[in-house]
Design a protein around this ligand. Structure first.
Ligand code: COA
Length: 295
């Protein structure tokens, strides 16, 4: 059916056609921008409060994207004026109170995607905090490698305001990104704070004007796309894992991890990086990254 002329021009267009047809979800949507995948919690009318369905959808979506070659960087964000208002108090708490099976399913999905799967995601992850971010939503922010917020975003460990504690693993998460004083202060007062304050206390890397949020996230994602994917993956795994080791364990693990990276890096970035610096003299590793062959 296609004419010969059309067939001739096909190779150039093939690269763009690689973008897969994504599955659709009830409470989550996927948007793409040249290797950056935006995974969006999509219940804007409920401020993206996390219902059991949303947890199951996020679980499935993250499994799908982890092995999706078109996803080079993953961005987690929320639709509308919220990032996420935390666990859905009606559907997650009250709605499962008399249904132990659903409670167990929801809790397990909730813990799996927000921490285990996201913190171990094989590609760089960025939390883009566009608005309200409460309670249980702190976990996915902490699980991401990077977090960038709008100055005007509102964060809060609001659990105490309605008589519970920051459960799941929120108390553990905030103890890692914030210092102890701030973790206790915000967890026990429930006092909301904005994006700028979130940056001061280590909850996010950066806070920017709301109108520049997406551009700032894309800029960081594009930078990460230029780096060796294997080196980035092994680096984030290494930094995450050594936190819980003593010095001899860390040294041993890092030796083994370095050998594994050398062995498993399909692009052989280490050799290429050395070649471009020492032989070609085309870049300075202290000031920037080598040029990837496949980019
Ligand atoms: N659980 C269940 N429903 C929620 C929710 C949550 N965590 N957060 C918001 N919603 C629902 C509201 O009940 C409301 O539903 P309705 O339209 O059917 O009445 C809808 O989302 C919009 O919320 P509303 O409060 O009207 O919006 P707002 O913009 O004025 O305020 C918040 C937004 C996030 C400040 C406010 O909704 C809030 O405090 N939510 C609870 C946050 C929280 O403590 N989360 C921690 C849970 S562990």
């Amino acid at each position: 059916m296609a004419t010969k002329t059309a067939t001739k021009s096909a190779p150039k267009k093939k690269a763009a056609a690689k973008t897969p047809t994504d599955p659709t979800f009830e409470t989550v949507k996927i948007e793409r921008d040249k290797g950056i995948t935006f995974l969006i919690m999509n219940r804007p009318e409920k401020r993206n409060a996390m219902s059991p369905q949303l947890h199951m959808d996020m679980n499935d979506a993250i499994d799908y994207l982890a092995i999706d070659p078109a996803t080079e960087v993953l961005v987690i964000t929320g639709a509308g004026k919220a990032f996420s208002a935390g666990q859905d108090i009606k559907l997650y708490f009250r709605g499962t109170a008399n249904d132990p099976a659903l409670r167990q399913k929801a809790r397990s999905a909730s813990n799996a995607w927000r921490w285990q799967k996201l913190s171990r995601f094989p590609k760089p992850t960025i939390a883009m905090i566009n608005g309200f971010c409460f309670g249980g939503a702190f976990t996915q922010v902490c699980a991401c490698d990077f977090a960038i917020a709008a100055n005007t975003a509102t964060f809060g460990l609001s659990e105490v305001n309605w008589g519970i504690l920051p459960g799941g693993i929120v108390s553990w998460n905030v103890g890692q990104v914030m210092n102890y004083r701030n973790a206790i202060y915000y967890a026990t007062t429930g006092e909301p704070f904005d994006g700028k304050r979130a940056m001061e206390i280590g909850m996010v890397n950066k806070a920017v004007p709301a109108g520049k949020l997406k551009a700032e996230v894309v800029k960081l994602a594009r930078l990460m796309q230029q780096k060796s994917p294997a080196a980035v993956r092994y680096t984030k795994e290494a930094v995450r894992s050594v936190r819980f080791m003593n010095e001899p364990e860390a040294a041993d693990y890092l030796n083994a991890k370095s050998d594994a990276l050398k062995h498993n890096d399909k692009e052989d970035g280490r050799e290429e990086g050395m070649r471009q610096f020492l032989d070609e003299k085309s870049y300075r590793p202290g000031l920037g990254h080598f040029k990837r062959k496949k980019k």
